[in-house]
Design a protein. Structure first.
Length: 231
């Protein structure tokens, strides 16, 4: 019987690629006086390339941008602070996010989140998506002192939710940090397909968040059939 569904954040609930595009475009326009000597498309494309889907922290991204584009009049630290201040205002959810969470709550499920990242920054992004109220537990790696794919952060989430590993689904987009790691912790893994990777060895693969409630119902029916006494 499924008791809990746990999610990754970036690339799973938050459409990070679209969010980054929106933010970088806005940053360029707001800081046109110091960035105007750079073609906007060039600035955006290089930021996105250096960012590497969020796996490179922005201090290094801005350091490289300042050097490559000879940016003066603003420091890399000021650019980083601008990112920290304004990114949340550009957060874009994946389609069906709220509807999916509503359906899971209606099924009396525990809902959790495990995300790598800095506590204040990720908390701001979660707040921007207006989804915090749906979650029974939220684990952010900086605060927990553990990062995915460490098995212990999955076990910690399960303990706080009061669920056994086999009673929980984990949904994420990263084949190693999310899919393999959650399966390794004994959970049912769901890969939210991401064009960055060709494949992932998951129990289920989805293209949209609206598929999650159906997977839960299917697994619940299977469990009920297994425990149904024979005549």
């Amino acid at each position: 019987m499924i008791k809990a569904v746990i999610f990754d954040l970036d690339g799973t609930l938050l459409d990070r690629d679209k969010s980054v595009e929106k933010f970088v475009s806005n940053q360029y326009r707001r800081l046109i006086e110091v960035l105007g000597h750079i073609d906007q498309t060039d600035y955006m494309q290089r930021f996105i390339q250096l960012d590497d889907h969020g796996y490179v922290w922005k201090d290094k991204v801005y350091q490289q941008l300042v050097e490559e584009f000879n940016i003066t009049g603003i420091s890399q630290q000021q650019l980083l602070e601008d990112y920290l201040t304004h990114f949340a205002a550009h957060c874009v959810p994946f389609p069906h996010l709220i509807q999916m969470l509503e359906k899971l709550k209606a099924q009396q499920l525990q809902i959790g989140m495990i995300t790598n990242g800095y506590t204040e920054f990720q908390a701001g992004n979660i707040e921007a998506l207006s989804i915090e109220r749906y979650f029974d537990v939220i684990l952010i790696s900086e605060k927990e002192g553990l990062r995915k794919p460490d098995k212990r952060i999955f076990e910690r989430a399960l303990e706080r939710l009061g669920a056994e590993a086999e009673e929980a689904i984990f949904v994420g987009d990263h084949p190693a940090n999310d899919v393999a790691a959650s399966a390794g912790a004994g959970m049912i893994s769901v890969w939210k397909r991401n064009a960055q990777w060709e494949n992932a060895k998951a129990h289920f693969t989805i293209d949209g968040l609206d598929e999650i409630p159906d997977i839960v119902q299917r697994l619940t029916k299977q469990a009920e059939l297994k425990i149904k006494p024979s005549n």
